[in-house]
Design a protein around this ligand. Sequence first.
Ligand code: CP
Length: 307
Amino acid sequence: MRHLMSPLDLSVEELDTLMDLAGDIEKHPDKYAHICDGKRLATLFYEPSTRTRLSFEAAMMNLGGQVIGFSSADSSSASKGESVADTIRVVSCYADICAMRHPKEGAPLVASMASSIPVINAGDGGHQHPTQTLTDLLTIRSLKGHFDNLTIGLCGDLKFGRTVHSLIEALVRYNNVKFTLISPEELRVPSYIREDVLKKNHVEFQEVERLEDALPDLDILYMTRVQKERFFNEEDYVRMKDFYILDKQKMELAKDDMYILHPLPRVNEIATEVDSDPRAAYFKQAQYGVYVRMALILTLLEVKLPC
Ligand code: CP
């Protein structure tokens, strides 16, 4: 039985296979419409979510399966003090696979150790968000056709942004991927990403503060939200929240084929006037999230695929 805690739980070859499967699901959805008949997904969300929870639920329904779960800790017995280990032991009796989001780093890992069904980390605190990374990779591959030799700009909250950490870890495995890390001093990537992921893998990267300086060289710009829920005080959040606003004027500095990704939700960091730019790929990205989660469910459940 396999779980997914980090994008590194899948080899590059397995990622390719998964993205090929997601591509086939996109092209031939009818082939997969009953492949999970009789199977159940449990969505255990101890933290708010729109895309991840609903795209997991849509994914299982698209496969013919059913969904059970809760969307907040308050509406589960966590509010009475039940541990994630006890919760997953019980949920293992009710479902075949589980997606868990939790505000505490490592909680899905703890759950996986007590589980008798596959557990998918659907975001744990400021740590990892592997299924967002699968979504991001599928989006980049669909738009660019490859990962090698791309210059990727990551902008915003690089300190607490779990999507950023997971994406960097996944992309360093490809050839000659370069990173431009765009953030205020206080929100730079954690040192383990700089030292143990980027430097250790001899990956070329630069850290800059001004988005305008970085834009002309980028192939992909990955914008992120400054996350209010990760700040310890309101004052720091207010100071940082509008540090970056991508608007039409700034987009004039970018290449004609520089695509903008964002895990969403967006607050102010991308002006809505950018949404009509053909390079704005963030809503398409959310759609890819369904295909890739369908492919992941099939992979972890080891479902026999149609020809
Ligand atoms: N991208 C993402 O994780 O969105 P949600 O928080 O809405 O799930």
